[in-house]
Design a protein around this ligand. Structure first.
Ligand code: F6P
Length: 364
């Protein structure tokens, strides 16, 4: 029977457990043997791989984080690390994998997949693997699921964890609003998202914030005055609390970071107001997954297990994502490279370039 591994890699995200549970149970239902590779790619490098039964993924649907562990593995970035990973997987006969991770993890996955025949050749030549085992597993089959609170993958509308993180942020904004109103204070709230402004923008809309700074839309020079004017207007209109959201990756048009501390300084100097900074940090990634992250990740895990177990030799690998609210297969290589191109353009303050990369042909 087929042997299927599942791993979670990179930053954890709420809903990863739902995805893992669905992969495991779908795999078992389809007659595969299913294994957890613990702590992301590091577990493959170290041989921390264990068989899972149906009940091993019971009662995890509602839990935050990932119960099979995750890591940003430095060893897996090296060829010797990947050689060890290939040998450890093949010792258990595993040549099909579902990887739940961000664009970095999926890039590493694709590299490993393309290197696979060469890695096996080298292992056989150096006595690390017998030729018969290598010949029985000439190809590595992978399917990717995007686990990241950032919602930053081109081609899919939602990544696993983004909805829960957004809920967490909006709850925090509500909490901040009451203390802000009591003191008639302005708060500058920094939210996560790396190169992507999704969380900041959606939280600003959902939380009724006064001003938001996101990486994809660097503000025009003189934005400080515009922001201050807006806040003055809303005070004049009787609003007692003001809120400015800053995405952690916010940039100006020259590509220089706009930090929460800078925004606070502007507010204090020009508004003569007592401003406070709250950096939400890892609270955004913690805690229970939202209903959406539970059911959508379940559908995604189900589809990913089916996809990877039915993959035929010579096929292209896919990321299983969401488009028009339906499960969609995206070409892994294109999705990852378009995502990289967007991040690079955003970092350079190149708004047009970022938008062009986002609208890649396969996303039509
Ligand atoms: O990619 C998810 C994310 O939470 C980003 O929003 C953030 O920039 C980064 O991970 C933080 O990474 P770490 O948990 O390694 O500090």
């Amino acid at each position: 029977s087929s042997r299927l591994g599942v791993l979670t890699s990179g930053g954890d995200a709420q809903g990863m457990n739902a995805a893992v549970r669905a992969v495991v149970r779908t795999g078992l239902h389809l007659g595969a043997e299913v294994f957890a590779v613990d702590d992301g790619w590091q577990g493959a490098v170290d041989g921390h791989i264990r068989a899972l039964a149906w009940d091993d993924v019971g009662s995890i649907l509602n839990r935050g984080g990932t119960v099979i562990g995750t890591a940003r593995s430095a060893d897996f970035r090296t060829r010797p690390g990947r050689l060890r990973a290939a040998r450890n997987l093949l010792e258990r006969g595993i040549d099909r994998l579902v990887v739940v991770g961000g664009d970095g993890s999926l890039t590493g996955t694709e590299l490993f997949r393309t290197e696979w025949p060469g890695l096996l050749e080298e292992l056989v030549a150096t006595g690390g693997l017998d030729a018969a085992t290598a010949a029985a597993h000439p190809e590595l089959f992978v399917a990717g699921l995007v686990g990241s609170i950032d919602n930053d993958m081109v081609g899919t509308e939602m990544t696993i964890g983004a909805d829960s993180a957004l809920h967490r942020i909006v709850e925090a904004l509500d909490a901040i609003a009451s203390t802000a109103a009591s003191h008639q204070r302005t708060f500058v709230v920094e939210v996560m998202g790396r190169h992507c402004g999704y969380l900041a923008l959606m939280a600003a809309v959902a939380g009724g914030s006064d001003y938001v700074l996101i990486p994809e839309s660097p503000p025009a020079p003189g934005w400080e005055e515009e922001m201050v004017d807006k806040l003055r207007e809303s005070r004049a209109a009787g609003r007692r609390e003001s809120m400015v959201l800053v995405a952690e990756g916010a940039r100006d048009r020259a590509g220089a970071p706009i930090t929460a501390a800078y925004v606070r300084g502007v507010l204090q100097d020009r508004l003569s107001e007592d401003a406070r900074v709250t950096i939400l940090g890892h609270v955004q990634r913690g805690g229970a997954p939202s209903a959406y992250d539970r059911w959508m990740s379940t559908l995604l895990g189900y589809a990913a297990a089916q996809e990877v177990l039915s993959a035929e030799p010579g096929g292209e690998p896919h990321v299983v994502g969401v488009r028009h609210n339906r499960i969609t297969l995206l070409p892994l290589v294109e999705a990852v490279s378009a995502t990289r191109a967007v991040a690079t353009a955003v970092d350079a303050g190149d708004y047009a370039g970022a938008m062009a990369a986002r609208g890649s042909s396969f996303t039509e």
